[in-house]
Design a protein around this ligand. Structure first.
Ligand code: ZN
Length: 284
């Protein structure tokens, strides 16, 4: 978590521009972060295209989606998505709502999104589907009424991402880094799932693989490594020097390869080819 409001504003602005630069956002979409000091407040940009968001655009709202300090600026119509989920999920620190073209076909065809590669496991085992028609009939497809926000938060439940029929998706995270990582890799997963389907049957990760891969990838070091790269892409695009990467402490790779139930030196089957030890591969 950023430790000051100024730093939080910087990071929310950066997350907006990273997600635009990586092709998740266009003119629309938004990111929010729970206030670092007050869990009843959150930070979100004023009504602006994400690619243009600067720290000074980031406002503080309460969990009813109202600006804490009166502002002349217009708010996003869909702030209730963020307010409702922050209300319903105390564990959620950051939220992204987007209409990424790779994900939209799943929100339109109502086909289940499943992790098809290790980084896609960050979506978790289940991505629920919310359809505004179920509770609200014909709407403008935008979530502007607090009742709609609450209904969406209910559909999200304990999960990390929810598809929104004929509209887009909403993703949540335990930190801004985790949120951006999950948003980008679930979007890439959607591209890969679609491409794999064109080649033949999709063979997703098993529930156990999903749990292990998510635990492995959603550690500080991989998330920081990815954030640094995306921040560098953005700095290049904006023609400014990239900020120096933050140091991430070494940590034991607990989730990488849990201890085997059987001894490593199991008798080789007759004729079985010798495999390279997995531990000799370069760690990612
Ligand atoms: Zn939307």
């Amino acid at each position: 978590m950023p430790d000051s409001l100024a730093q939080a504003r910087e990071e929310v602005a950066l997350a907006n521009r990273i997600l635009a630069n990586e092709g998740v956002f266009d003119a629309f979409g938004h990111v929010s972060l729970r206030h670092p000091e007050n869990p009843e407040h959150f930070l979100i940009s004023r009504h602006r295209a994400p690619e243009l968001v600067q720290p000074a655009d980031v406002l503080v709202l309460d969990l009813d989606g109202k600006a804490v300090v009166p502002t002349p600026y217009r708010l996003y119509g869909e702030v209730t998505i963020h307010a409702s989920i922050f209300q319903a999920r105390p564990d959620v620190m950051a939220i992204c709502h987007h209409h990424a073209p790779a994900v939209l076909p799943y929100a339109i065809a109502k086909v289940e999104m499943v992790p098809v590669y290790h980084l896609g496991a960050s979506m978790g085992e289940t991505v629920p589907f919310w359809d505004s028609r179920d509770d609200f009939g014909a709407t403008a497809l935008v979530v502007v009424d607090p009742a709609e926000g609450k209904s969406l938060a209910k559909a999200l439940g304990p999960h990390s991402m929810v598809l929104m029929g004929r509209h887009g998706a909403t993703v949540v995270g335990a930190s801004l880094r985790e949120l951006v990582f999950r948003t980008i890799y679930t979007t890439r997963n959607a591209e890969l799932q679609t491409q794999a389907k064109l080649l033949g049957a999709v063979h997703p990760l098993s529930p156990e693989e999903i749990r292990k891969a998510a635990a492995y990838n959603l550690r500080p070091a991989p998330m920081e490594r990815a954030w640094d790269l995306w921040a560098k892409h953005l700095a290049e695009r904006e023609g400014r020097p990239a900020a120096p990467a933050a140091a991430v402490k070494t940590e034991p790779a607990v989730a990488a390869r849990p201890p085997r139930a059987k001894p490593a030196k199991a008798p080789a089957r007759k004729g079985a080819a010798k495999k390279k030890s997995a531990s000799k591969r370069k760690g990612r």
